[in-house]
Write a protein of this length. Sequence first.
Length: 58
Amino acid sequence: MERLTMIVLVAALLLLGIVLGAVVQIPLPLSLTLGALIGCWLLVFAVRERVGARRRSR
């Protein structure tokens, strides 16, 4: 189990490095806009999951 956790952690860090490398190549306003869009999408996703969990628990 511990070995699998380490593999997942290394894969996540590798993916983070690739994404940050891509962000460096595009202009700052576009990076900020895309970051805000991703943040909004995550917020909507979290709200939908919470509402769904409440409905399932009833």
